[in-house]
Write a protein that binds this ligand. Sequence first.
Ligand code: PMP
Length: 361
Amino acid sequence: MTQLDDLPIRDDLRGLSPYGAPQQPVRVAINVNENPYHVPEVVAHRIVEAIARELPGLNRYPDREFTALREKLASYLGHDLTPDQLWAANGSNEIMQQLLQVFAGPGRRVLSFSPSYSMYPLLTRGVGSEFVTASRDDRFAVTPELAREAIEREQPDVTILCTPNNPTGTGMSLETIEAAYAATTGVLIVDEAYAEFRHDGEPSALELLPGRERLVVSRTMSKAFAFAGVRVGYFAAAPVVADAVRLVRLPYHLSALTQAAAGAALDCADVMLGQVEAIRVQRDRIVEEVTALGYAPYPSEANFVLIGGVDDPRAIFEGMLERDILIRDVGLPGTVRVSAGTEEETSAFLAALAELSRPAT
Ligand code: PMP
């Protein structure tokens, strides 16, 4: 059998592993930070109608500029953003890939603060750039000083700040983002995939966009919008950043069906986001109840919790799986990560954790 290494693949891709979070049917899937709620039926009808309107015209390529969608994204985000400041793609992974294609690439360097989203190194290497990391503090925060020092040391072409950070749930102050921007001559991407789950009053980097043309704020419809299956991510930045991305995007990269579905969902943003509060309640409940069980969860601004103080993460992962519950071992010593599910799913997880934590008799 031909092995991967027998093929003439690029030398810099040899030995890398693809993204591979397990996908298996289980009763409680709380491993990839999805929204546990279905698309509400009223919105589903609106989406079907919007798609139906597109069907006869599918012989033609879609609007390459997804004009209607950009208008809706601008009005959803607010902050006085205009449609020419918005750009969308098939998930924020593709957003990130397009940004790295234009602003990184061979011979360039990308910096992120680890631990962070596992796709950053892969996306970086995929465009032939060097991936470098800097540390967070002992609570996984990035202070303005840490950001400034790392950027001055590494001189990155692109810096990625993830807030709330995956897999730790940590938020980030605007002071840190401002300090990072001031320290770099490169592009600063703030990945706000989980922004809608922040506690009230926590800031968004969108506030910092005016006057900062190298700042890009990335968002997604996969999480709070319960739309992971459709694949829609987007960014807000100066209009010139969208111009830059046009150099690398594939023609007509957003299908007419995707544009229609996302537009209809944004028309019903209030309904689509209706479960965000319930998810935040379960997130805070996880923090509280696992603390009572003797674990050390990290404070989370996202829809998941990184639980520290786990003696044997593998054993917890396996024990959960035996109970038909899929969680995530992100490879950070002494931790597991769980997404906030519905109240029932969260109860099932907490009951299982209590069982697995009991000393053997
Ligand atoms: N950024 C972060 C921090 C994520 O955790 C994820 C998904 N797990 C993504 C981006 C990509 O999400 P999507 O492509 O579904 O928008």
